[in-house]
Design a protein around this ligand. Structure first.
Ligand SMILES: [Zn+2]
Length: 368
């Protein structure tokens, strides 16, 4: 049964998508773009997408949908988004922009399947593009070193741009200051963990040593105790136990087994067997790679944990996240560090917006 029940329908009516469509109904623009996460096509088995397209059609618009990879348009980040395009009667429906940058094949699966049918956009260049992938090095190698919790809103760049990307995002005014190269302040225990994540690409929490160290607040953290058999993984090569809770041996969890203030966070080995070993938590991004989808709040234990700088002992800065989205350095963000991260993480990468805008411009001139 592919139908909304009444509660789901009223959820849709109160959703952002429906309000956005009502703006379209009121203003009747020549062109309309709706951006959402790639999984929009799967919401309620495709019903939300169908209802959105149906609403646009009922208003007389021509419409189409496609999935785009922001990395294909020159940002050092994988971010797949569903883009709905619509054109008023008498105007030509725009095409999806062809990629300008090569990007990881694995991250470029842009087809969607709805009701067993595969949908593709007009994009032809799925194997090549004029430019190579934009890397984290391209995007941020010119930014000066800062510490955990850095909070000076304006500092000197201290160096010239080193890449084409950096020349494009930096102000033409060479005396301009660097804004928002600031980062969240992490608690002493978290900072001690970050400091001990190696700079080798791919490192994450599994590289933490099981030791007691002095924290920045003068206290010491503890060594994690492995007291249980781990039925799934057995013992270490030297015969040591590997479980941190009774559940590893097949028993039930007991609150007494929880350990706090350890360098290796107890909760990670506790549930690692069920969660792909929590790969990527406390992970560093790497110079020759790209960002995972830029988050609205960089947290080393967040579901997308690769948020540590490749070489410095801190989470990525506001400016680094803005660079990962392709924002120019002159673009202003407002509020606290958290507010700025949210504004950046929720945005459509400007280079992707630009590529779509160009297609709309082409369609508009072809219509007249
Ligand atoms: Zn347990």
């Amino acid at each position: 049964m592919n139908r909304f029940n009444s509660r789901e329908y009223s959820n849709f009516k109160n959703s952002l998508v429906a309000s956005y469509l009502s703006f379209c109904d009121y203003y009747r623009p020549k062109y309309f773009i709706l951006e959402n996460v790639r999984n929009f096509v799967a919401f309620k088995k495709g019903m939300v997408l169908k209802l959105t397209l149906r609403t646009l059609l009922d208003m007389g618009y021509q419409c189409t949908f496609g999935v785009l990879q922001a990395g294909n348009y020159g940002v050092p980040q994988t971010r797949r988004r569903l883009i709905i395009l619509a054109a008023a009667p008498g105007y030509r429906l725009p095409s999806y922009p062809e990629p300008t940058h090569v990007f990881s094949r694995r991250a470029c699966s842009l087809t969607t399947t709805i009701d067993g049918k595969r949908f593709l956009s007009n994009i032809q260049w799925d194997e090549s593009a004029p430019r190579r992938t934009c890397t984290i090095q391209d995007a941020m190698s010119d930014l000066p070193q800062i510490c955990n919790g850095a909070n000076k809103i304006e500092i000197e760049y201290g160096s010239m741009p080193e890449t084409y990307f950096q020349r494009m995002v930096r102000s033409r005014d060479e005396s301009a200051k660097l804004r928002d190269h600031i980062c969240k302040n992490m608690a002493p225990l978290i900072q001690a963990r970050i400091t001990r994540i190696p700079n080798t690409p791919g490192s994450d929490w599994r590289d933490l040593p099981n030791i007691s160290v002095m924290l920045s607040d003068g206290t010491k953290c503890k060594v994690l105790q492995y007291r249980y058999e781990d039925k799934k993984n057995g013992r270490s090569s030297r015969g040591a136990l590997r479980g941190v809770c009774a559940c590893a041996a097949g028993g039930t969890c007991s609150p007494h087994d929880k350990q706090e203030n350890t360098l290796i966070p107890w909760c990670l080995p506790h549930t690692a067997n069920r969660h792909n070993n929590w790969a990527g938590l406390y992970g560093r991004i790497s110079w020759d790679g790209y960002f995972s989808t830029t988050v609205t709040d960089p947290e080393p234990m967040g579901k997308q944990g690769r948020v540590l700088h490749p070489a410095q002992h801190r989470v990525v800065s506001v400016r680094e996240c803005a660079r990962s989205q392709g924002f120019r350095d002159t673009y202003l963000f407002a509020g606290s560090v958290q507010d700025k991260h949210r504004q950046i993480g929720n945005a459509v990468p400007p280079p992707l917006g630009m590529a779509l805008g160009r297609e709309i411009k082409k369609a508009l001139s072809a219509s007249q």
